[in-house]
Design a protein around this ligand. Structure first.
Ligand code: SAM
Ligand code: SF4
Length: 447
């Protein structure tokens, strides 16, 4: 019988996507997945490096998992992903009991390493930016193992060239490489044929996608026209690369959902410049105006960082001001975390931790109020939702998302999994809409 692998994933949607495909690779090599680490022959952590907290959590889990190896030295302990790439041999010095350290571009070689397990630790990461090469990753015909068959991520690029001064991603995921368009189309079509209803095209900055003469707007058009997928989402959109052509396409293409994740990071031009974001708050607000004018009922979400080096109270107020003006539907909010090797790590981290926390709670509170108000305005309206989960609290309730990416809980005695149903919103809070099924769809873009 093949070995059993326990896989825990930290971090962003790209790690989730890699882990889903890794499970597919393991299955094709007669290796099975176990949900119980105590039962595993191989324990793999697919790690994240974006903030210190994510790394600390992974290191904590590793020392917990060490006890399984102490009980049975045959157990193989593997650190994969961004933290593996960032720390490399330093990880082995810290944790000499590790068996394998595997960068994000080496992750699919895991079965070969399991088969040739040695008694010393191997570190397989990219040594320089020139080393990052994902042709082999793209080429593999992998059937991913996903949490739900009805939705899926599809990577359209890997890495990033933007070098926002606070961000470790360009160092751990390498330069931006774009996936050939025909591979993206065939992956989406395969998913559609297997019953998947919705794909999210993912990349660190989807707006800068280019393949031969095609850009991201062309890619959206092709996925819309050449596949049987029903809904198309995408993330993340860097504001500096969101063209008018792309806004027009999002508005016009029936399968493309009306939601844009558009990280603002800060509302202060001084801070934005130090972050190397490539836009001002005025540019951002102008972009939002064009989006709202062109895309009917669009929803916008964002990322905010508070407590960036040198951020004054006045800078912070400007972030609150932009948040109030845009009225984001939702936001991911973080306090700045120093990442070694980034440009911002050389800036003085002069906002005290207590103040960073105060600013964080302030933006969270503001966003909660805005989301609550916006969601309550939807009471009485009808929307289509794609149901992808049974509610955990009540087995006669189902969980789905609107095209605008809002979570809706709906009652239903019959199995609604995988169905696109029309719901009327009865109640709402800052995070969730509650609705009932109706036969009367309001004007929707899908044919
Ligand atoms: N490429 C995407 C983008 O530009 O929005 C996502 C990158 S990152 C995985 C997701 C978010 O983490 C960023 O948008 C930023 O808000 C946050 N982030 C990145 N580095 C950070 C740091 N050093 N401290 C705090 N938050 C950080
Ligand atoms: Fe990091 Fe900026 Fe690239 Fe996003 S765009 S991954 S924040 S460097």
């Amino acid at each position: 019988m093949g070995k059993k692998v326990y896989l825990q994933t930290f971090g962003c949607q790209m790690n989730v996507y890699d882990s889903e495909r890794l499970k597919g690779v393991l299955a094709s090599e007669n290796l099975s997945i176990t949900a119980n680490p105590a039962d595993a022959d191989v324990i793999v952590l697919n790690t994240c490096s974006v903030r210190e907290k994510a790394e600390r959590r992974a290191l904590g889990r590793l020392s917990e998992f060490h006890k399984y190896k102490q009980k049975n030295p045959e157990v193989m302990l593997v650190v994969a992903g961004c933290m593996a790439q960032r720390m490399g041999t330093d990880l082995v010095e810290k944790m000499p009991y590790l068996d394998l350290v595997l960068g994000p571009d080496q992750i699919f070689q895991l079965p070969a390493y399991i088969q040739n397990h040695r008694d010393h630790c191997l570190v397989a990461v990219c040594a320089s930016r020139e080393d990052f090469d994902c042709e082999r990753i793209w080429e593999q015909r992998i059937v991913p193992e996903r949490k739900t068959p009805f939705t899926s991520f599809v990577a359209i690029s890997r890495g990033c060239d933007n070098f926002c001064s606070y961000c470790v991603v360009p160092y751990v995921r390498g330069p931006e490489r774009h996936r050939p368009i025909d591979q993206i189309i065939s992956e989406v079509q395969l998913l559609a044929q297997s019953g998947c209803k919705e794909v999210t095209l993912i990349g660190q900055n989807v707006n800068s996608y280019r393949f031969e003469s095609k850009d991201f707007a062309d890619l959206l058009q092709m996925v819309n026209d050449q596949t049987d997928i029903q809904w198309i989402r995408f993330m993340t959109s860097h504001p500096k690369d969101l063209s008018d052509k792309l806004i027009d396409k999002i508005a016009a293409l029936p399968k493309v959902c009306e939601h844009i994740h558009l990280p603002l990071q800060s509302g202060s031009d001084l801070v934005l410049e130090k972050m190397n974001r490539g836009y001002t708050s005025g540019d951002y607000l102008g972009l939002v105006e064009r989006i709202k004018k062109t895309i009917d009922c669009v929803s916008l979400s964002t990322d905010i960082i508070v407590g960036f080096p040198s951020e004054t109270e006045a800078d912070f107020e400007k972030t609150l001001e932009v948040m109030r003006k845009v009225e984001f539907d939702s936001a991911f909010m973080f306090r700045y975390s120093i990442r070694e090797g980034t440009k911002a790590a050389s800036f003085v981290d002069d906002v005290p931790e207590k103040e960073k926390l105060r600013r964080l709670y302030t933006v969270i509170k503001l966003q909660k109020d805005i989301s609550g108000t916006k969601n309550r305005e939807l009471v009485g309206k009808t929307f289509q939702i794609l149901v992808d989960e049974r509610s955990k609290r009540d087995e006669n309730k189902w969980k789905g998302k609107t095209r605008t990416n809002k979570t809706v809980i709906v009652e239903g005695n019959n199995n609604l999994l995988g169905e696109i149903v029309t719901v009327k919103i009865d109640e709402a809070d800052s995070f969730t809409l509650f609705g009932s099924q109706t036969r009367k769809p309001e004007k929707v873009k899908t044919a």
